[in-house]
Design a protein around this ligand. Structure first.
Ligand code: 6R9
Length: 665
């Protein structure tokens, strides 16, 4: 039973919702009458045509009753970009700062107001229109964390084009596959960018990807638009005298961003979009083969991003919000771009890494920009705990009020470090569970309103009704564990997979007819807290005892010598499955039999004898995707000693795999 942390007076004083009862009352109302709840949010926005009476929400989640569909505010007509920029400028926020941009090098920074952002977006939107890009066309974006990335996304939204951002850490093969799958007309990139002291040659990767799209998929992208970024920032490593020698230039295809917007008007009439017209698509990895092009639409995404941002971060007018996620992931889409702007917020956009020029970069930026809400991933938190507390203590972090976590379950050790050291034992932690597919947070704590437990995602957001199902599809009532599913939609849920509605129905709606299946397991404890236990395929069943990898990992990282752990299941002749654990150690710690014994004992003690690991292996690093997710599929192969590991192209560092094979005990 873990300790409950109640929101501090410091947070409650300022929060919108001040008690668990108030939250419960609002949550119940949001389920009873979704229209009443969501139309209040909708009323803040500009609708050229209101939705049709009686058509606020309609859906079918039951594959046996026909095609799966979700529609919110059918018949309404609006434009998201207009609502994010023009509406805010008209409401008096023109001079408010939309973004503080901080470059990879601390000497490079700038800021942009709402009015200026609107002008930049209109100019680029006009340039795109002049180039023949229009409603429904796909625009691929392969960019670093710079303001043009946001300008480009919003310009697409303004003219009704569908942006498809590909994280600029993916290989040229992955980019080629994604551009070809959505038949992108245009690709937008920059000549390059710095990450720490590493130079990313983005245009060069795009050149390769454009060739591969043509050769391998027979898809030609008409135009490649390039931001000249390297020449305007401080070099953080070696750069050739002639930046242009880094890439090829194709006169028929390539265009400079700055040349395209030259002389363009800052007035650009928006394309008026239907509520269910696509806003953007974003690829997420499928458990098998091809990436899935998750599609989000106009009205529902706007409502959901707006509401989650407001309540989950409890954002107020003078606050400074910072989400560290790259715009290449859904977290960046929703909480770097769309949601903050929809709330007329001021955000920080950071190009660099937490470790450059030193390991206190995050904390120095919290201090520099007086950040009030800070939102990052457990993997970053764990990496930063390794360097010791002094890096944190030399900075003034008193402005912080809400700390967010996203991307994977957060282990209690990291949670406590975040809570006590970063949050000074008084900030609320919001452990936000959601997916590319859900568009915004679905399970989370709410600052000031709900209590917290280290490692628990907490409670459903408004309009969300989580259900746990057992293997037979029966609902688990009260405390228990099962598949996390939803029987009804909220506005931000995806509508389809681009170009493959069949796959959408199969992947998400066929396992349990009537339910959207997240693919994650969860448990509900006696106090009603929801704990996400990880992907279903991360569940372990040892001698009939169901447990999650996250649970065991949490125990392993409690040992002060262990900085990170990953646990996978290895088939076992008697127990069915056994636990095979990889551990990364803190600087100075030694891997020896004493440590191994100690860790095994700890797991037995904390979870039970059945959970005692069979193997503990030393790991210099873990095979992670570029977004920081551990690829357990590969760890399972290493546990088996099976070298047939398949595709490793999405790994941030493929060389770690060989090292781990070598280190098998
Ligand atoms: C937003 C995002 C989705 C998967 C999801 C789950 C895991 C995300 C989590 C979490 C436990 C949290 N996940 N947040 N697990 N607690 N707070 O990360 O989207 O990249 O699509 O990943 O990430 O397994 O199913 P996405």
């Amino acid at each position: 039973m873990s300790r409950v942390y109640n929101p501090s007076d410091y947070v409650v004083e300022k929060s919108r919702i001040k008690s668990l009862n108030k939250y419960k009352e609002m949550h119940a109302k949001s389920l009873e009458d979704p229209e009443a709840f969501w139309s209040e949010i909708a009323s803040e926005f500009y609708w050229q045509t209101p939705h049709q009476a009686g058509k606020f929400v309609s859906y079918n989640f039951d594959i046996n009753k026909g095609n799966i569909f979700v529609k919110w505010m059918e018949g309404a007509v609006t434009n998201v970009c207009f609502n994010l920029l023009d509406r805010n400028v008209r409401n008096g926020y023109g001079d408010k700062i939309a973004y503080y941009w901080e470059g990879n090098c601390p000497e490079d920074y700038s800021r942009v107001t709402y009015r200026k952002l609107m002008d930049l977006v209109c100019q680029f939107a006009n340039a795109l229109r002049d180039s023949g890009v229009g409603k429904g066309d796909r625009v691929s974006i392969y960019m670093p964390m710079i303001l043009e990335t946001i300008v480009c996304m919003l310009a697409c939204a303004r003219i009704g084009a569908v942006h498809s951002v590909v994280f600029a850490g993916f290989s040229s093969d992955s980019l080629a596959e994604r551009m070809s799958d959505c038949k992108a007309k245009v690709l937008v990139t920059s000549d390059g960018a710095w990450r720490g002291s590493k130079l990313l040659e983005l245009k060069k990767i795009c050149d390769e990807a454009l060739d591969k799209a043509k050769d391998k998929y027979n898809h030609t992208v008409d135009m490649c638009i390039v931001v000249s970024h390297l020449a305007r920032v401080t070099p953080c490593g070696n750069l050739p005298d002639d930046i242009k020698s880094l890439y090829k230039w194709n006169e028929d295809r390539d265009m400079w961003w700055h040349e395209m917007i030259e002389g363009q008007s800052t007035i650009c009439p928006p394309e008026w979009m239907d509520a269910e017209d696509p806003l953007f698509m974003l690829y997420t990895s499928g458990s098998t083969g091809k990436p899935k092009g998750v599609l989000h639409t106009t009205a529902g995404f706007l409502l959901y991003a707006t509401a989650t941002f407001r309540y989950v971060f409890d954002y107020r007018d003078k606050d400074i919000f910072w989400c560290t996620a790259d715009v290449g992931w859904i977290t960046g889409h929703s909480y770097v771009v769309y949601a903050p702007l929809a709330n007329a917020a001021t955000s920080v956009m950071f190009e660099g890494t937490p470790f450059y020029p030193d390991n206190d970069r995050y904390w120095s930026l919290v201090e520099k920009y007086r950040v009030t809400q800070f939102y990052t991933a457990p993997t970053a938190i764990r990496a930063l705990t390794k360097f010791g507390d002094d890096y944190v203590k030399k900075h003034n972090l008193k402005t912080l009020r809400v700390l967010g976590s996203v991307g994977e379950p957060i282990n209690p050790e990291a949670w406590l470090w975040y809570y006590s050291l970063i949050g000074n034992n008084r900030c609320s932690i919001v452990d936000t569970f959601w997916q590319t597919e859900t568009g915004g947070h679905v399970l989370t704590s709410l600052p000031g309103a709900t209590p917290m437990k280290p490692g628990a995602a907490g409670y459903p957001f408004f309009g969300v009704h989580p259900i746990l199902l057992d293997d037979n599809g029966k609902e688990v009532e009260g405390p228990g564990e099962g598949y996390l599913v939803f029987s009804r939609p909220w506005p931000g849920i995806m509508r389809t997979l681009f170009g493959d509605h069949d796959r959408y129905e199969k992947v998400y709606f066929s396992k349990f007819p009537g339910y959207y299946c997240t693919g994650d397991g969860a448990k509900r404890d006696e106090d009603g807290f929801l704990w996400v236990t990880g992907r279903i395929d991360d569940m372990l069943n040892v001698s009939g005892h169901l447990m999650s990898t996250a649970e065991v990992e949490g125990v392993l990282t409690e040992d002060p010598r262990v900085s990170e752990a990953a646990v996978v299941s290895k088939p076992h002749p008697v127990k069915g499955e056994s636990l095979y654990c990889f551990v990364i150690l803190n600087d100075g710690a030694k891997f020896d039999s004493d440590l191994v014994d100690c860790l095994k004992r700890r797991v037995r003690q904390r979870i039970g004898a059945f959970a005692a690991p069979d193997v503990i292996q030393y790991a210099p690093g873990l095979p992670k995707t570029r977004s920081g997710k551990i690829m357990r599929r590969i760890l399972r192969k290493i546990a088996l000693g099976d070298h047939d590991i398949g595709d490793t192209s999405t790994l941030a560092d493929p060389s770690i795999v060989d090292e781990l094979f070598k280190n098998r005990p």
